[in-house]
Design a protein around this ligand. Structure first.
Ligand SMILES: Cc1ncc(COP(=O)(O)O)c(C=O)c1O
Length: 470
């Protein structure tokens, strides 16, 4: 493909993008295909000879598009959002076109210095203290892994990487059952082991770790000859938005010399609004914090902001400096690959810059405030509707409820059938979760293009579909 052809197709795809986004409401949110439908249309082997873009694009529309679940659909209420805005797409397009590798300062000075400044912008926008320094990780899972590895190395006196874990102290990490499974994965990958992830019971409307239970667990472990290493606190847990009392957790951690990582992958974005910051009160006492601008700030995947109080600990855990990665003769530079597990890194800071410059902090605050307000309004409608019960109250824009008409014994089965039937209908997309073992419907609003009408339509659809279930 030559560059004239590229420019022609670039313009055509931009037009296609406008049409795609303009017609999202007419599409089913969740793909309506069966397993294997796409695979069966793809030839078993790669073409021997090259072809033309026209036929590639035709096949893209014919084969690929029916198999897409539309994450940018204004009525996507499942999981958490992974929202994207036009300036973010343009920034990623530019980054794709330049295609730099941003592992070291010298392999892309602009990307490195932009990353430094953008993490400072985000830090200030979220009201985090100036002592945090930031890095962009590909995902919150990677940030949490980096944090758990740092906990491990600190607790082992920096011996783990060198010696392996055998023969060293048995480490213990603490969290509630509200945390995302990325914490479990980090525990596996770090070699600490699932049995050493201690779940602390929760209490209260925000399902926070009980501080007394946390402290008792730490003391018990010490008495048993185990080595407490750190705590993963959650702010906006995945299932129901549970939030730990970060301040209390940090105070206990400080008493026992433990590292605290705060996973605010989803809820962190909302801290751009000062009125929501009570949810992570005390966060400045933590050692590290992760939140995903790629979830709710329109800075599309992948873009995970990882703030650390002491970058030296992270770098001491992860940096490897063979000769070919050294930069000689330059002072005061940052090589961000030393702050993360992968070596190669995309130019992700560009989309933060574009989005913040186009919308400003105020534009993003308005989006999040709207989502929270509409979600609360929808919650009130469902709370008042006969046959429905709210299970967990809204945390920001996330709440759960249950369809519980009189006389039905197996409510888990009914609610799962409701979720499936609603998603087969296609006008909205929702998911289920479990609360105290009961299967419940989970709702969150967070799409950039969502309107109040989109959010309120959700319950019309749910009621209509519920009426068809037997
Ligand atoms: C609370 C929380 N933490 C971590 C993650 C993992 O995020 P990522 O996909 O960026 O690894 C999620 C994903 O939804 C989440 O909800």
């Amino acid at each position: 493909m030559d560059w004239n052809e590229f420019a022609k197709w670039g313009a055509r795809i931009s037009d296609w993008a406008r049409g795609y986004h303009g017609t999202l409401r007419d599409r089913s949110v969740r793909a309506q295909v069966a397993p294997g439908d796409i695979l069966s249309q793809l030839p078993m082997t790669a073409p021997e000879t090259g072809g033309d873009m026209e036929s590639v694009f035709e096949d893209f529309e014919r084969i690929v598009m029916p198999g897409i679940t539309h994450w940018q659909h204004p009525r996507f209420f499942a999981y958490f959002p992974a929202n994207a805005t036009p300036p973010s797409m343009l920034a990623d397009y530019l980054s794709t076109v330049i295609a730099p590798q941003c592992m070291l300062w010298q392999t892309s000075p602009a990307a490195t210095e932009m990353e430094t400044r953008m993490l400072q912008w985000l830090r200030g926008s979220l009201g985090l203290a100036d002592h945090f320094e930031g890095v962009i990780q590909d995902s919150a899972s990677t940030a949490t892994l980096a944090a758990v590895l740092t906990m491990r190395e600190k607790a082992l006196g920096w011996q783990g990487n060198e010696q392996g874990l055998s023969g060293l102290d048995t480490l213990r990490i603490y969290c509630s059952k509200e945390v995302h499974t990325s914490v479990d994965r980090a525990i596996w990958v770090s070699g600490i082991g699932q049995n050493n992830l201690q779940r602390i019971p929760t209490h209260g409307p925000l399902r926070a770790m009980q501080p007394e239970a946390l402290e008792q667990a730490v003391q018990q472990d010490i008495a048993n000859g185990l080595k407490p290493a750190g705590i993963v606190a959650c702010v906006g847990g995945t299932g129901t938005g549970g939030c730990d009392d970060v301040s209390a957790v940090c105070d206990i951690a400080q008493k026992y010399g433990l590292y605290v990582h705060v996973d605010a992958a989803w809820a962190g974005a909302a801290m751009i609004c000062p009125e929501f910051r009570h949810l992570w009160e005390g966060v400045d006492k933590a050692d590290s914090v992760v939140f995903n601008p790629h979830k709710w700030l329109g800075m599309q995947f992948d873009c995970s902001a990882h703030f650390v109080k002491n970058p030296d600990d992270l770098v001491r855990t992860l940096a490897i400096r063979p000769e070919y990665l050294k930069t000689h003769g330059k002072d005061g530079i940052i090589n961000y690959s030393e702050w993360s597990v992968p070596l190669g890194r995309r130019f992700r800071a560009l989309k933060i810059w574009f989005v913040l410059r186009i919308y400003g902090v105020e534009g993003l605050q308005k989006m999040i405030r709207d989502h929270v307000a509409w979600s609360e309004e929808l919650h009130d409608v469902i709370a008042a509707a006969p046959g429905y019960e709210i299970v967990t109250e809204p945390v920001l824009s996330l709440f759960t409820f249950r369809y519980a008409p009189d006389g039905v014994e197996d409510l888990d089965d009914l609610n799962q059938r409701l979720v499936d039937a609603v998603n087969d209908d296609g006008r909205i997309y929702i998911t289920q979760t479990r609360v105290n073992d009961a299967l419940v419907v989970r709702f969150q609003a967070g799409q950039v293009d969502a309107t109040r009408e989109d959010v309120m339509l959700a319950f019309d659809v749910i009621q209509e579909v519920a009426g068809t279930l037997t």
